[in-house]
Design a protein around this ligand. Structure first.
Ligand SMILES: [Zn+2]
Length: 214
């Protein structure tokens, strides 16, 4: 090996190492290890959300949120609920809670409604790039488990997504305006499966974030 080759090899090693450690450092700075999940049960209090007969979206959102909380705690995450009872919380208050927590992600739980009662299925919204990374993992875990009509991962300009600085998503767990899907949403097994699969998706995201795979 000539002296020039030796120097080149040494330089490659050095720059290769330099790049790797730089990327790792960036990954860690941007994502770190997700320790906390801020769960946001949509609506509450006077704001019932989508309402069909005696079915109030706010109650279903809260039920799924509590189930999700249990699933996440079992996996070792700290959880914070933006509301712990049936009360009105403004959208900015919800984002403010999330923005105060380091190393966290934000998951808003909703059920859908549409004027066209034939509309059904599950869709997951994001706003930022980090939100998209989280949304795609959660959405695919949910679709694997529940095999719903897959309405996809979509960019949505929701206030809670725009104003939350941490990776933030909004899950629409089914249409209450569709009689068949409403029946499903009212079944505890469905809400349990929804919560479990959301937790799986969050866990996949956290693992990928920690390992620089985003
Ligand atoms: Zn809603």
């Amino acid at each position: 090996m000539s002296r020039r080759q030796a120097v080149r090899g040494w330089l490659q090693k050095l720059t290769g190492f330099g790049l790797t450690s730089l990327l790792l450092a960036e990954g860690q700075a941007a994502f770190g290890r997700i320790k906390t999940v801020v769960i946001d049960p949509g609506h509450g209090g006077d704001d019932g959300g989508a309402t069909e007969g005696r079915v109030f979206e706010k109650h279903l959102n809260f039920d799924v949120s509590r189930r999700l909380e249990i699933q996440l705690q079992r996996r070792g995450y700290r959880t914070i609920l933006t509301r712990t009872r049936d009360e009105f919380i403004s959208l900015s208050q919800r984002s403010n809670v999330a923005n105060k927590v380091r190393d966290s992600v934000f998951v808003s739980i909703h059920f859908n409604s549409a004027r066209r009662t034939s509309a059904y299925g599950i869709e997951t919204f994001y706003y930022s790039y980090d939100g998209y990374q989280l949304a795609s993992r959660v959405h695919s875990a949910v679709c694997r488990k529940l095999r719903p009509e897959d309405r996809g991962v979509k960019k949505g300009s929701y206030s809670v997504l725009r104003h939350t600085k941490t990776p933030a998503i909004l899950v629409e767990g089914g249409f209450l305006t569709n009689s068949k899907e409403r029946e499903r949403c009212l079944q505890p097994w469905y809400r349990q499966a929804l919560a479990e699969s959301i937790a799986v998706g969050i866990d996949v995201y956290a693992g990928d974030a920690a390992n620089g795979r985003l």
